[in-house]
Write a protein that binds this ligand. Structure first.
Ligand code: GDP
Length: 142
């Protein structure tokens, strides 16, 4: 099988920065085989959160999600590794922690289906767009 080195956009969400568990989450990412090649701590404005989650604009939880994601600091990260998009989704676990597999970040750290500690791109195409949303090329150091 050919190796595919990919990049994906990761976010450590406000519920996790509030509980000061960003190091524990980064440890899970690194232990799982991903390399953090860019990282910064920011707080999204409401407008920035609306833009980032625009694809969910029609969903019933959109307003709550935007309010939550702009409620406190987040860590935005670029992760690199073999099949990084799918690998990160595996390390994260299912959206709802109730359904997340044992040993995943969301199983062990998420507070709820909304405050679920991490975001990860769901396709290489979206990863590229999401990385460009937060990072310029000189901020990414492979
Ligand atoms: P993900 O790709 O696993 O993050 O899941 P989605 O793309 O479906 O949803 C994006 C984010 O919206 C999730 O990570 C949650 O923070 C939030 N979310 C998803 N479903 C629900 C829901 O039913 N209720 C609420 N309040 N938030 C949700």
């Amino acid at each position: 099988m050919r190796m595919t080195i990919e990049r994906t956009l990761s976010i450590i969400k406000p519920d996790a920065t509030r509980r000061n568990i960003t190091g524990a989450i980064n440890h899970r990412l690194e232990r799982g085989g991903l390399r953090i090649i860019a990282q910064k701590r920011i707080q999204l404005s409401q407008g920035q959160a609306e833009r980032f989650y625009e694809v969910h604009a029609g969903r019933p939880f959109y307003r709550d999600l935007v309010a939550f994601m702009s409620s406190g600091p987040i860590l935005v990260q670029v992760l690199e590794g073999e099949n990084a998009v799918v690998l990160n989704r595996e390390i994260m676990g299912a959206t709802d922690p109730v359904n997340a597999a044992p040993g995943t970040i969301r199983k062990d750290f998420a507070e709820s289906i909304e405050a679920n500690s991490v975001h990860g791109s769901d396709s290489p195409e979206n990863a590229e767009e999401e990385i460009a949303f937060f990072f310029s090329t000189i901020e990414i150091c492979p």
